[in-house]
Design a protein around this ligand. Structure first.
Ligand SMILES: [Zn+2]
Length: 246
């Protein structure tokens, strides 16, 4: 009964969430291994203590089979103001379908990680959502959610446009904890570090290099195109150039 109430609270919360996106409230979530699905990008983000109200959560648990082999089990929930409310995968998919519709209506584009799976006899459309190689959802875009014929609505959307490749970055190291990917030494705090972009769990991250070690991967002429370069002082720009040409 309590669980049903929670579940209801979570689902109602999700609707409210759309009405005031932008003033997101974050809720403490306790979990060793969980992701929240960002309703603005549909990428999975690791839950680090908190998640925004309305977001769908995937909780991962490592389980053991009788023969000692392990596998990863997923359970689902939605972030409510009172914490996480458990959902079945079907319920989580219903919430996601509404979030996807909001995205589509706002952007007039297909969201990332989505493809058309099947058109049901009723005219409802099954959309496959695969944010990574392990997680997959079937989202049912119904006439009720779309408020019109789902097929016509989906046909008018433009294809998802992948954002441009992010550029390499330069900054001064904020701590001495990062290691250079080339020489494996630590990069001292306050020294320049050059970042090679990559995506980790859907978010932009960097592999860091000492400037002299980055010369193996990029050219001094590219310095000015680095993200963060324009924020350096003239003196810093000079020093960086010297490090590259030494
Ligand atoms: Zn190095």
């Amino acid at each position: 009964m309590l669980k049903d109430n929670l579940r209801q609270a979570g689902l109602n919360q999700e609707v409210k969430h759309h009405e005031r996106y932008g003033s997101i409230s974050w809720v403490e979530i306790e979990s060793d291994w969980a992701y929240w699905i960002d309703p603005e990008s549909f990428s999975l983000k690791r839950v680090k203590k908190r998640a925004p109200v309305g977001a769908i959560i995937i909780v991962k648990t490592r389980k053991k089979l009788d023969d000692e082999r392990t596998y990863v089990d997923s359970s689902f929930g939605v972030v409510a103001e009172t914490g996480m409310a458990e959902l079945t995968k079907r319920e989580a998919s219903e919430v996601l379908a509404k979030q996807v519709f909001e995205y589509m209506r706002g952007s007039k584009h297909w969201p990332p990680f989505m493809s058309l799976k099947r058109i049901q006899q009723s005219g409802d459309v099954e959309v496959r959502f695969e944010p990574n190689e392990y997680d997959s959802f079937v989202l049912l875009m119904t006439r009720k959610i779309v408020g019109a014929d789902p097929i016509e609505f989906l046909n008018r959307l433009k294809k998802h446009e992948a954002p441009q490749d992010p550029s390499w970055r330069v900054e001064t190291a904020k701590s001495g904890r990062s290691r250079c990917r080339w020489c494996r030494d630590f990069i001292l705090e306050g020294r320049f570090r050059i970042g090679e972009p990559y995506f980790y769990e859907g978010s932009l991250s960097y592999r860091w290099y000492h400037p002299r070690c980055a010369t193996s991967r990029m050219d001094v002429n590219e310095l000015e195109n680095l993200d963060g370069y324009s924020e350096l002082s003239p003196d810093e720009k000079q020093r960086l150039k010297r490090l590259f040409t030494q």
